[in-house]
Design a protein around this ligand. Structure first.
Ligand code: ADP
Ligand code: MG
Length: 729
């Protein structure tokens, strides 16, 4: 383990929340104060706030309104139109409970001004309290969404309006005559109480927020000071445009997005600089004897993109510090060849190479792809998966330990602790579309700072690449090997799936092969879908002249391999499969990809599946069979597939349809939580903050400049845990 320099790499402790202090000395307010002791909170509400992730004052300040209500314009009742959000002053003309049948009751209040009346309705209420509050003749300010009363001619009504009892002509308050924030409320904590608490917080505590953005960054980007940004975002000042607030585009909101993304990027820049770049690694000799022999074996030339990428990789490997490079390339762009060339370079330096895949099947595929080359070159290749029989597994582990194994291919089993490498010099991680940041860090610990190449097949939206992988160097394979044919994509309503099958049959009669993919293997009560078994049986009947096979994850490895080999060698016409074939399968003669229940698949998955065809010299087809009704998202996914085959465009669409949270799947994927920024909305800001942050760390790598102390402190406090600054290699 390399020496960890400086305190910035120390684990930051959890914030300490002070207990109530004794009464004699009035405590100075602090951002770390427990929310419980803020005026108007108390233990019960503190418990509720905790549900929103709020423990201390600083957390609470970061809880921004999720929307706003524009109550700055006060109307008369006569001006209000149904469907509008309205605010008006009125007098209470009448109030009381009305029974609706035996159980249900409603409390109604008739509001009146010079221009008319409007009915307010409450379905949840305590009668004595309401009676007292809505005494006839009182004046008040009312707001809410007006609609036509369901009874003919009964005029306008508002259900559960916000009402503030006032003196006549009372001045503007928190609730009226302004743009009012609406917070993500929680059960038992009303909007109005929450708003009042927030107001106290903003007035009393927001001024304590320290400015930590460097002055030059503030100036260059014309940023609002921190305190003001918080205050105004919670309680927008007069003249703020409600539409800008809703788009999160006011100066003040933009400042908050900036600070969040900037901090993240400084963390990434820091990690890249100090963890990846300054750790000693082994400089390799590239383009050696083994590589020369390998290139002679190849039946084709590297593509331009492969050459460029390999050039970048070789440059990294020649340096005495570990490579941390992300190889980003669409399905079929030829990543495997880049991987193998890189692995062989390690072998040429008498070091071991490892290649990790996300699934057993994919590991097996990689193994089978690499094996012929390794055999011809006399390189010892081994496959290690958890599916191996115990004895065989032990034998492989032993070979890996003694160094007999020169390249090991496997799943995550490779990074389990009972695997010891003799001398691991280089790791290739084929992540496909999984974002396994944790694993990438785990494998690093297997050797002395090995070189790491991560390959991802699903093009990642740029905003995500810049955050999730923002600490790495990136290479892009943006050129397909020659001779690729475009893939025609069509969708079929299930009613018309015969048409799809006919097309399939015709293609096969031309000598091509096909995949038919289904979401499930066997019937499940929970999901009445076409299953792989069912479709397989159906097709056997339909096409008695064709040779079919069924493959899925429940088969034994040998069976799967036998079927794949048969399909590879053209002895099977149609391979009916579950998504086990999603990645890594490469049969150029297969030109048809038919996907049953395409509406059930994610966009990334659909794109991956489509990438299984279009690999040879023949035109290919992707047929999406859908079973209505389709959800709006499903429609959007199918639509994206029909419109584009560019992985990057697909990925951007996917992010838009799913939203960042779902797109990333789990928190554990390594993505820090973003409270203000949005990966879809804020790409430009990501780029701007990245440039600023990386330039800053270049100028002042350890943030030693006195002007950078607040930033340094904030980074230590806030990002330490989240960004995992410490658990790095
Ligand atoms: P990826 O892993 O990026 O999806 P592969 O590495 O499986 O793509 O490559 C897809 C196909 O392209 C394979 O059949 C591979 O042999 C072929 N291929 C790779 N590089 C070249 C090249 N430079 N010229 C011709 N074919 C290539
Ligand atoms: Mg591949």
């Amino acid at each position: 383990m390399p020496q960890k320099p400086g305190p910035l790499l120390q684990q930051t402790q959890n914030r300490i929340i002070p207990m109530a202090e004794n009464k004699s000395a009035p405590p100075k307010p602090s951002l770390a104060d427990s929310i419980q002791y803020v005026k108007g909170v108390g233990p019960k509400r503190a418990g509720l706030l905790e549900k929103l992730g709020i423990a201390c004052v600083e957390d609470a300040l970061a809880l921004l309104p999720h929307r706003y209500e524009d109550r700055s314009r006060v109307q008369t009742i006569g001006e209000i139109r149904p469907g509008e959000f309205a605010t008006f002053r009125a007098t209470i003309l009448n109030a009381g409970t009305i029974r609706l049948g035996r159980r249900r009751k409603v409390f109604e209040v008739i509001f009146e001004d010079d221009t008319g009346t409007l009915r307010g309705k409450w379905f949840q209420f305590r009668e004595p309290y309401m009676k007292e509050r809505f005494a006839i003749g009182r004046t008040c300010i009312v707001s809410g969404k007006a609609k036509d009363n369901t009874y003919l001619g009964a005029g306008l009504e508002i259900v559960h309006p916000d009402v503030e009892i006032t003196e006549e002509d009372a001045p503007a308050t928190l609730e009226i005559g302004r743009i009012v924030p609406v917070y993500p409320a929680t059960e038992g904590l009303h909007q109005k109480s929450l708003r009042t608490i927030m107001k106290t917080l903003v007035d009393r505590y927001a001024p304590l927020l320290e400015e930590y953005l460097p002055a030059d960054v503030m100036k260059r980007n014309k940023l609002t000071p921190r305190v003001q940004a918080y205050q105004d975002t919670h309680f927008p000042p007069p003249g703020t445009r409600a539409d800008h607030l809703h788009l999160f585009r006011t100066r003040q909101q933009v400042r908050l997005v900036f600070e969040e993304l900037f901090l993240l990027q400084v963390g990434l820049a820091f990690k890249r600089k100090h963890a990846w770049q300054e750790v000693p690694g082994r400089a390799l000799i590239t383009r050696g004897e083994l590589i020369h022999r390998f290139v002679k074996l190849l039946q084709f030339e590297y593509t331009g993109a492969q050459k460029r990428t390999l050039g970048e990789i070789m440059d990294d490997l020649e340096k005495p510090r570990p490579m941390h490079r992300l190889l980003h390339g669409d399905v079929g762009s030829g990543k495997t060849l880049v991987a193998l060339t890189t692995l062989l370079t390690a072998v040429d330096n008498n070091l071991q190479g490892a290649m990790m895949a996300p699934t057993e099947l994919l590991a097996e595929q990689h193994y089978l792809n690499l094996l012929p080359y390794c055999n011809k070159l006399g390189v010892k290749l081994d496959l290690l998966t958890s599916a191996l029989p115990a004895a065989e597994k032990q034998a492989v582990q032993e070979r890996i330990r003694t160094g007999e194994t020169q390249i090991a291919v496997g799943t995550h089993a490779l990074i389990q602790k009972d695997v010891d490498f003799h001398d691991l010099g280089l790791v290739v991680i084929d992540e496909q579309h999984r974002f396994g940041v944790l694993q990438r860090e785990a494998i690093g610990k297997k050797g002395t700072a090995p070189h790491v190449l991560i390959m991802t097949a699903t093009p990642i939206p740029r905003s995500l690449a810049l955050t999730l992988y923002g600490d790495m160097d990136v290479s892009i394979l943006d050129e397909m090997p020659p001779g690729r044919q475009p893939i025609a994509t069509r969708s079929y309503d299930a009613k018309h799936r015969d048409g799809a099958y006919q097309l399939l049959h015709e293609e096969i009669k031309q000598g091509r092969q096909a995949y038919v993919v289904c979401p499930l293997i066997e019937e499940s009560e929970a999901m009445p879908l076409k299953t792989a078994q069912e479709v397989h049986a159906d097709l056997e009947q339909r096409f008695s002249d064709l040779r079919l096979a069924l493959i899925h994850g429940k088969l034994k490895k040998e069976e799967r391999q036998a079927i794949m080999t048969a399909f590879n060698e053209g002895r099977v016409d149609i391979l009916v499969a579950t998504t086990v074939i999603e990645v890594g399968i490469d049969v150029p003669n297969a030109t048809m990809m038919l996907i049953e229940h395409a509406e059930r698949f994610g966009l990334a998955q659909l794109h991956q599946l489509r990438g299984r065809v279009g690999r040879g010299g023949h035109a290919s087809h992707c047929l999406l069979v859908t079973y209505p009704p389709l959800s709006e998202d499903a429609e959007a996914r199918i639509d994206a597939m029909l419109k584009s085959s560019d992985g990057f465009i697909i990925a951007e669409q996917d992010l838009k349809i799913r939203g960042p949270g779902d797109f990333l799947g789990t928190r554990q994927a390594g993505m820090p939580t973003l409270r203000f920024a949005d990966l879809v909305r804020d790409l430009r800001m990501i780029q701007t903050t990245r440039k600023e942050a990386f330039a800053l760390i270049d100028r002042d790598p350890w943030l030693k400049d006195p002007g950078h102390q607040p930033l340094r402190q904030t980074l230590e406090d806030k990002l330490g845990g989240r960004l995992n600054l410490l658990n790095i290699l």
